[in-house]
Design a protein around this ligand. Structure first.
Ligand SMILES: NC(=O)c1ccc[n+]([C@@H]2O[C@H](COP(=O)([O-])OP(=O)(O)OC[C@H]3O[C@@H](n4cnc5c(N)ncnc54)[C@H](OP(=O)(O)O)[C@@H]3O)[C@@H](O)[C@H]2O)c1
Length: 225
C-alpha cells in the first residue's frame, strides 16, 4: 500500500513548514532537495532526503522510484539568476508522478496565475508577469494531466508564526497576505480532504490587513516570488 509524501521545495519556506507538520504527525516524508541547498531545517526532522534538481528529469524519476508515495507536494520557487523551475520543473514532476502511479499532486503557485490575473495590481504584473506566466503553464500542465490535483495560490507571504486565521477560497479576486506556516496547514488540510481534488484556491489571511509591497504599488524588496 502506498504511504508517505514526497515534498519538493522542502528546504525552506512553505515546503519546510509542510515537512514539519507531516513529520510531527508521524507521516513518512521524503524531501527532494538540491545537493547545494542548506538542509539545516530538514536535518532536525525525521525525514528522508533525496538529492536532485527538478529540472533534471532523471533525478525526479529517481525520487519517485525511491519510495511508495501516496502524494507529491510541490512548493518549488526560483530565485533571480537561476533557471526558472516553475514550468519545466512541474512538467518533470507531473510526468514522473504519472509514470510512477502517484495519483495525488498538490501544487503551490501564486495569485495572479491563470484566471486570477485580475486580482493583482499593475506593479505585480510588471515585476512578476514572466514568473506568473511560467507558473500558469505549470498549473495548466497539471490540470490537463489526469492527476488528482489541488492548486493553492498565495499572494504576499510572511515568515511570521501561524495565526490560525488563514482561509482558502475559490474567489478568483481574493488577494492578500498569508504566513507560510498557515499556508502549510492549508496544504496539509487539502492533502487530507479528497473533496479538494480538482480545485484551485486562493489562500489569504483575512486578519492580515496590510497588502504585499508590490500589490501596494511599491518596488520588490527581495528578489524572488
Ligand atoms: N515569496 C512570496 O511572497 C511568494 C508569493 C506568492 C507565491 N510564492 C510561491 O509560493 C511557493 C513557495 O514559496 P516559499 O517562499 O515558501 O518558498 P521558497 O523559499 O521560495 O523555496 C523554494 C524552494 O524551491 C526549491 N527549488 C528551487 N529551484 C529548485 C530546483 N531547480 N530543484 C529543486 N528544488 C528547487 C528551493 O530549494 P533551494 O534551497 O535549493 O534553493 C526551495 O526549497 C513558490 O512557488 C513561490 O514562488 C511566493
Amino acid at each position: 500500500m502506498a504511504d508517505g509524501v514526497l515534498i519538493v521545495g522542502a528546504s525552506r519556506g512553505t515546503g519546510l513548514e509542510v515537512a514539519r507538520l507531516l513529520a510531527a504527525r508521524g507521516e513518512p516524508v521524503t524531501a527532494f532537495v538540491r545537493p547545494t541547498t542548506d538542509m539545516a531545517g530538514l536535518l532536525q526532522l525525521r525525514v528522508k532526503l533525496w538529492k536532485g534538481d527538478v529540472l533534471d528529469p532523471r533525478s525526479v524519476e529517481g525520487a519517485f522510484a525511491s519510495g511508495n508515495f501516496r502524494a507529491v507536494i510541490d512548493t518549488v520557487g526560483g530565485r533571480r539568476g537561476e533557471p526558472r523551475p516553475d514550468y519545466h520543473g512541474t512538467r518533470n514532476l507531473v510526468d514522473a508522478a504519472r509514470k510512477a502511479g502517484v495519483p495525488r499532486f498538490i501544487f503551490v503557485t501564486a495569485i495572479g496565475c491563470g484566471d486570477s490575473r485580475g486580482a493583482v495590481g499593475p506593479k505585480v504584473l510588471e515585476f512578476l508577469g514572466a514568473v506568473l506566466e511560467e507558473k500558469t503553464l505549470g498549473e495548466d500542465y497539471l490540470m490537463a494531466s489526469g492527476l488528482d490535483y489541488t492548486i493553492l495560490r498565495p499572494g504576499g507571504m510572511t515568515h511570521d508564526p501561524a495565526s490560525g486565521t488563514a482561509i482558502r477560497t475559490e474567489d478568483r479576486m481574493a488577494m492578500g497576505v498569508i504566513n507560510r506556516a498557515d499556508l502549510a496547514r492549508l496544504v496539509v488540510e487539502c492533502l487530507d480532504d479528497p473533496t479538494t481534488v480538482g480545485k484551485v484556491y486562493h489562500t489569504i489571511d483575512p486578519a492580515i490587513q496590510r497588502q504585499a509591497p508590490l500589490q501596494r504599488g511599491e518596488d520588490l524588496p527581495g528578489g524572488r516570488v
